[in-house]
Design a protein around this ligand. Sequence first.
Ligand code: CP
Length: 303
Amino acid sequence: MRSVIDIKDLSIKEIEEIIAVAEDIIANPQKYAHKCDGKKLATLFFEPSTRTRLSFEAAMYELGGNVLSVSDANTSSASKGESVSDTAKVVSCYADIIAMRHPKEGAPLVAATNASIPVINAGDGGHNHPTQTLADLLTIHREKGHFDNLTVGFCGDLKFGRTVHSLISALSRYSGIKFVLISPDELKLPGYVKTNLSEMGIEFVETKDLVEVMPDLDILYMTRVQGERFFNEEDYLRLKDSYILTPEKLTTAKYDLCILHPLPRVNEISVAVDDDPRACYFKQVLNGKYMRMSLILKLLEVD
Ligand code: CP
């Protein structure tokens, strides 16, 4: 019984296999339409979501399975004080696999330790979001054809952006990767992530200037400033408009730049960028569903 709490719970080879199955699902959806007949996915979301919860649920339905859902902590017994470990034991009696989002870092790990079925981390606080990383990786693979020798810019809230932490962790395993970390001082990448990069000998630079580094980038990963994780409103209001990507700022970008964003977007990418062929963030949404289908099949050990 396998759970996925951190992207490094999956080896590079396993990620390649998940991508290969996702590509086969895209090419032959009917082949997969009954793979999970009789199986149930429980989506336990104690924090808001549109993409992750609905894509997990769409994934399970498209595999022929069914879904049990907690979409709001206030309507579950968590609001009465039930622990994550008890919730995991209880849901293990009803479902075959759990996808859990929780505001507390480490909560999905606690669930996985106590569940008798696989648990997938669907985002824990400002920590990790491994299935968003799977969506990101399929998109990069489809757009670039490889993961080696890419210069990847991360822009915005690198402190609280869990999708950033997970994607950096995943890409760090490939050779020739260089990271350009674009943020205000207050939203820099956490020290523990930078320490890991230094220990692995991975090249990275920190800057506040998006326009200056634009010509260097193969991938630009924009992020929302995560207002819900700030301790005071004043800091959020001061920092929320730090970066707004516009067509003008892309004039010096590579012709084959790949622009990603985990979404939701507030205003950090102008809607005028959506028509640029380099904007890949809505393809990224769809890729997330295919990668979650592939991951569910792997964890349920369905051939
Ligand atoms: N990318 C992402 O996690 O979106 P949601 O918060 O809508 O699930």
